[in-house]
Design a protein around this ligand. Structure first.
Ligand code: PEP
Ligand code: MN
Length: 351
């Protein structure tokens, strides 16, 4: 499969970063138009709003539906901005195209579902509308590429991607982990692919939008999709991760766009990977400690000693061999396993 640079009607896509901004959801005509006018005043050229909202649980705000398309049309007419919305079914595609949407995006839950992706690809066949595919909720690069392939195979070749992060069960700073190595690998395989980052859905909090946006710029993303609402506190969905057009403008002004220095770019890519791996290591250690605590409870209830020498030796030896097979220094593995085990014992003794 070949992926070329995204072409956006009337826009220079090499202008970096390309900004797509607007509310998570279209809520009312007034909210949509007010937000759009404020964003246009700040120079934003592409407006987003969700009309059909995929919610984790039923009972949340599920979007205004078709009527929202007419508000987006009005945004286009009054501000001249390009308008974008999310599609998840063939019916959404037909209605959105008929209403003159300029760009469509496919959400993370839909991108994870090959049946839905095929339905969308078939519905889009024969159109040249730009389509942005968000990463699937689960960290599976092949699934993401598969979603793109279904579109490209249907002749829908004006495509790009949006990194919105990957869901995890563990507690973490981010709402969805960026796992930067995944888009980095995607770019390695498809060097011309146009990549957006969605710091709102990655961070889940207003204060994380600026730092994540900067990281995305450091990693040479082409654009940002940021949720912006004229009155974020009152938003019906994703209130915590939306910012006013004014804050958006300030955020964009503080972004530092670095020169194309090959060496610094390479090192920042590698450092991001190290940061991410360290975060994963700590998450795994926290999980190990939780399990160790449970084992400690069991031992206590059953009057078993905390330290069982046989088990300790088995752990050390097995891990050392495992490590060797992975080209890890034996002393290094011993030292790490000893420290981890010591902490485990401490946790269990304190119960
Ligand atoms: C959205 O963009 O508002 C949205 C629902 O995104 P995602 O599919 O990334 O959850
Ligand atoms: Mn949202």
């Amino acid at each position: 499969m070949e992926i070329n640079r995204l072409v956006l009607p009337g826009m220079e896509v090499d202008a970096c970063p390309i900004i797509i901004a607007g509310p998570c959801s279209a809520e009312s005509r007034g909210q949509v138009l007010e937000t759009a006018v404020q964003l246009a005043e700040k120079g934003v050229k592409i407006f987003r709003a969700g009309i059909w909202k995929p919610r984790t649980k039923p009972g949340g705000f599920e979007g205004v539906g078709t009527v929202g398309l007419s508000w987006l049309k009005e945004v286009k007419q009054t501000t001249g901005m390009l308008v974008a919305t999310e599609v998840a079914t063939a019916m959404h595609v037909d209605e959105a195209i008929q209403a003159g949407m300029d760009i469509l995006w496919i959400g993370a839950r839909t991108a994870a579902n090959p049946f839905a992706m095929q339905e969308l690809a078939d519905a889009l066949r024969g159109t040249d509308i730009p389509v942005l595919v968000k990463n699937p909720v689960n960290p599976d690069l092949e699934l993401w590429i598969g979603a793109l392939e279904r579109l490209v195979n249907a002749g829908v070749s004006n495509v790009g991607v949006i990194l919105r992060g990957f869901s995890t069960y563990d507690q973490k700073i981010y709402r969805n982990l960026p796992l930067w190595h995944i888009p980095i690998e995607l770019r390695r395989r498809y060097p011309n692919i146009t990549m957006f980052c969605d710091p709102s859905h990655i961070g889940g909090k207003r204060e994380l939008i600026a730092p994540i946006s900067q990281q995305a710029m450091d990693l040479k993303f082409d654009g940002l999709m940021i949720e912006s609402h004229c009155n974020p506190d009152e938003a019906l969905s994703d209130a915590n991760q939306q910012i006013t057009p004014q804050i958006l403008d300030l955020t964009l002004k503080t972004l530092v766009l670095k020169e194309n220095g090959q060496t610094t770019e390479n090192i920042s890519v590698l450092r991001k990977q190290i940061d991410e791996i360290d975060e994963q290591l700590l998450t795994i250690l926290a999980r190990r400690n939780r399990i160790s605590r449970e084992i400690g409870m069991y031992k206590k209830e059953n009057n078993m000693p905390v330290l069982q020498t046989g088990r300790y030796n088995e752990i050390l030896e097995k891990r050392a061999r495992m490590g060797e097979a992975m080209n890890l220094d034996k002393e290094f593995v011993f030292a790490i396993m000893k420290a981890i085990h010591e902490e485990s014992v401490k946790i269990q003794l304190e119960l």
